[in-house]
Ligand binder design. Structure first.
Ligand code: CP
Length: 307
């Protein structure tokens, strides 16, 4: 039912995703307990791009399951002295690594390295390809709020072109029947990327009132080609959530963001403060981050052989 590796959410069947959701709910209910499922196991965390939420929540998840975390950073390893990656991975296995959680900037990299040694690899985000555990924790967060996914429309706004989160959600949201509309300036929304079941628009104000969930994506400044966006101020004026646009939202609409949030670009400081003051239960950003721990516990549990 569960694949050996997790790079692409599409490798998980709907029933496997359902099992992850219910296992995450189990761990959330027992959030103060420590388990022994990974007792004696060494889980390597190797993040070759910056991360706060994914790295820390995977680390907490391993610890809460009773496993040991081994942090492996290319900047301080013998790679710097010329050791190639295959030899490095073989050394990690010889030292007792049981699985690796990897983040890397290049799509396809995890598939490549997973053929080098015979232990499971779990994606912590891979270039513009996929971020499977992010999509899982988003689904979990909505269901945990009592949202019926088959009855909602998600408006996803932002840098679709570079978004591994969007690519994971093309499958994740469709599994549960949620509608999805993508919104971005034309340079960040190549229509050939959009699956048949997903709609799209270049004009946020046209579609914003339809959204039960407004999912903001970070403008990935580190991945923007020169001149792709004329200016961040223009992006923010046309696609950012501000106090004026809050008045266009459907009553009770929820706001999500995988983080980190660029305040002043995807959403204005004024809009955040207005929502926090008046509708704090409608901003899910921190709830998503916290639920990442329980969802990653469930993923580690089910992929690494738990019952
Ligand atoms: N959402 C997400 O992947 O955040 P981090 O880059 O902080 O891990």
């Amino acid at each position: 039912m569960f694949p050996k590796n997790l790079f692409n959410l599409n490798d998980l069947s709907p029933s496997a995703i359902e099992e992850i959701m219910s296992r995450a709910a189990y761990y959330k209910k027992r959030k103060n307990e420590v388990f022994s499922l990974l007792k004696g196991k060494n889980i390597v965390l190797s993040f070759w791009e910056p991360s706060t939420r994914t790295r820390v929540s995977f680390e907490m998840a391993v610890q809460k399951l009773g496993g040991r975390v081994i942090n492996y950073s290319p900047d301080t390893s013998s790679e710097k002295k010329g050791e190639n990656l295959k030899d490095t991975l073989n050394t990690l296995v010889a030292l007792g690594a049981d699985a690796v959680v990897f983040r890397h900037r290049s799509p396809g990299f995890l598939n490549l390295i997973s053929r080098m040694v015979d232990i499971p690899f779990i994606s912590g985000g891979e270039g513009c390809y996929q971020h499977p555990t992010q999509a899982l924790l988003d689904l979990f967060t909505l269901r945990d709020r009592g949202v019926k996914l088959s009855e909602i429309k998600v408006i996803m706004v932002g840098d679709i072109l570079h978004s591994r989160v969007a690519r994971s959600h093309f499958y994740a949201l469709s599994v549960f029947g949620a509608g999805l509309t993508l919104v971005a300036p034309p340079v960040l929304l190549p229509v050939e990327l959009v699956p048949d079941s997903v709609s799209w628009s270049y004009v946020l104000d046209d579609v914003l009132p339809d959204g039960d969930v407004i999912y903001l994506l970070r403008v990935q400044q580190e991945r923007q080609g020169k001149g792709l966006l004329p200016s961040l101020a223009e992006y923010s004026a046309l696609y950012g959530i501000n106090e004026k646009r809050i008045s266009l939202l459907k009553k009770g609409a929820l706001l999500m963001h995988p983080g980190p949030v660029n305040i002043g670009i995807e959403i204005s400081r004024g809009a955040v403060e207005f929502l926090q003051r008046n509708y704090p239960q409608r901003i899910l950003f921190q709830e998503q981050a916290l639920n990442g721990v329980f969802v990653r516990m469930a993923v580690l549990d089910l992929l690494l052989g738990g019952k």
